[in-house]
Design a protein around this ligand. Structure first.
Ligand code: UN1
Length: 512
């Protein structure tokens, strides 16, 4: 009964209700000049005050103080904090998932999935907090110990995008917190409300952690609201040793140059232009399902979205018929409705970019097989589109952040791999084949050049356990699982002489 009442309540909760339920003061999201609109219906759901460069400097100063305290807390105790944060997220999953949907427009199942991704990375980080392993190294000198130790790095600046408004921050912050680092978060101007919610959940966790008798400094996590000026101030600050940025290639290029200029470290996850190769041996039913989720999921607004499909000529007609049929059955509409598969695009600019890409595709010889048209007049809903292209022309090589799938035909496996690699981006890739030679060749040194390469799975929807990121214009960063934690630490090579002699390395003699 209580569960039913809770679910009923969830289904009517507005952004404001949810924020208030998290304890966010109404003044934090009203009365400011940064207007936030829900892509669901365009309604204004927040008006936030923006920070400026001075505020960012103050936040960095506060973070530096927090760093001095947090770095000396044992890593497993820092892990305990992240464990509690994960627990709070579990308790808040329904509300936070719903807020993600309201603010960025992805369907509820994906909104909830995003919160699950946060929970998963918290679990991963908790385990890491008892690891963060270094090496011991054999010394060439007698009576010497050599080792490599990982130390906390310092304040991490996180610049995140609208399409994964909470998970990507959590990939960074869960690792940063166990590694001993404070985080300053600049969320996308399009999705700052979910950031306020995460910060409120963070504060709630701080309270619990303190009640349990642990020490945690103020300012370990801070959110700065605003656009370019705020991002720039964070990026330029020499007291922020790492900037982790997710978003467009031009944004990443600008960030990388500023950070490199001060010899800081950047971790970039930028554009993708992800492909699938379907060979003549592929399980076509599986391929169609993977194409659908890959190309249409999150309304084509994932970095990992499937944008290019290369199909062997022998199965081209058959596959395309099934894909087109599946596309016709897609329900576009309110992302809070459980029958919807495709919610709205984030805004008008996104819609315009999609229309412009479709126009260019047609000019470059493409044929729109399905979709592309606007659905309704409130918000920017579109029917996902499939476009058959005569070749991989300019428009195909460009990432348009919308549900457009370009399809091309190939004859040989080698040709398909070459086409798949012939774009400036290098995030995710996949092949559908039942031929072990093709599968392994795709994963070999001469195969996919991307950061992620899958067999019989689409390019999107990665688990947190692997390192996430890509090559070339995607920026080269690796976030989330595997050894990505090393980005958030500094490496120290230590040599200890426990003998009573002082031999020099390389046999150098230097005595008076
Ligand atoms: C992104 O689009 O920036 O692999 C991240 C995926 C998700 C993360 C996407 N786990 O599609």
């Amino acid at each position: 009964m209580a569960e039913a009442a809770r679910l009923m309540k969830d289904q009517t909760m507005s952004a404001k209700d949810i924020l208030k339920s998290f304890g966010v003061a109404e003044t934090a999201f009203t009365g400011g000049d940064l207007k936030v609109h829900s892509p669901i219906d365009g309604a204004e759901i927040g008006a936030l005050k923006q920070h400026n460069a001075k505020d960012v400097a103050a936040a960095v100063e506060k973070a530096s103080k927090a760093f001095a305290e947090w770095r000396v807390v044992p890593a497993p105790v820092r892990g305990e904090f992240v464990r509690l944060y994960g627990e709070e997220l579990r308790a808040s999953k329904d509300e936070l998932g719903r807020l993600v949907t309201i603010e960025c427009g992805k369907i509820l199942s994906e909104g909830l999935g995003e919160v699950q991704e946060m929970i998963d990375i918290c679990d991963f980080a908790v385990g890491l907090s008892r690891q963060l392993y270094g090496l011991t190294i054999q010394s060439e000198r007698p009576g010497h110990h050599m080792r490599e130790t990982w130390q906390p790095l310092g304040t991490v600046g996180v610049i995140s995008a609208f399409n994964f408004p909470v998970a990507v921050w959590c990939w960074n912050s869960a690792l940063a917190f166990v590694c001993g680092d404070p985080v300053i978060w600049k969320p996308s101007e399009k999705t700052p409300l979910t950031a306020l919610a995460c910060q409120a959940i963070f504060e709630r966790t701080v309270k619990r952690f303190r009640e349990a008798g642990h020490k945690i400094p103020d300012g370990l996590s801070q959110v700065v609201i605003g656009g370019r000026e705020v991002g720039q101030a964070l990026t330029e600050n020499v007291h922020v040793p790492l900037i982790s940025a997710t978003g467009s290639v031009p944004m990443g290029r600008a960030v990388a140059q500023v950070v490199a200029g001060r010899l800081g470290r950047s971790l970039l996850e930028l554009g993708g232009n992800n492909a699938m190769i379907v060979t003549d041996s592929a399980d076509l039913d599986m391929a169609v399902r993977a194409i659908l989720f890959g190309a249409v999921g999150t309304a084509g607004q994932r970095c990992t979205t499937l944008r290019r499909l290369f199909v062997h000529e022998a199965v081209y007609d058959k596959l395309l018929a099934s894909v087109t049929k599946a596309y016709q059955a897609i329900r576009v509409g309110n992302p809070l409705d459980s029958k919807t598969l495709v919610g709205p695009l984030i805004d008008k600019a996104s819609f315009d970019a999609m229309q412009s890409a479709l126009k260019q595709a047609t000019e470059q010889g493409g044929k729109i097989l399905v979709g592309g048209d606007r659905v309704g007049s409130e918000g920017y809903y579109v029917h996902p589109s499939v476009v058959a292209m005569p070749k991989q022309s300019d428009v195909v090589k460009h990432e348009t952040f919308a549900p457009i799938l370009y399809v091309m035909k190939f004859k040989t496996f080698e040709e398909a791999v070459a086409l798949q690699n012939d774009v400036p981006q290098g995030l995710s890739s996949c092949i559908f084949t039942l031929n072990v030679r093709e599968a392994e060749s795709f994963l070999s040194v001469a195969g996919s050049d991307c950061g992620i390469a899958n067999v019989n799975i689409g390019p999107s929807g990665a688990e947190i356990g692997g390192a996430f990121g890509g090559e070339k214009e995607t920026g080269g960063g690796r976030e989330s699982g595997s050894d990505s934690w090393r980005n958030y630490m500094r490496r120290q090579t230590q040599t200890v002489n426990y003998s009573s002699a002082l031999p020099l390395a390389q046999g150098v003699v230097f005595d008076v």
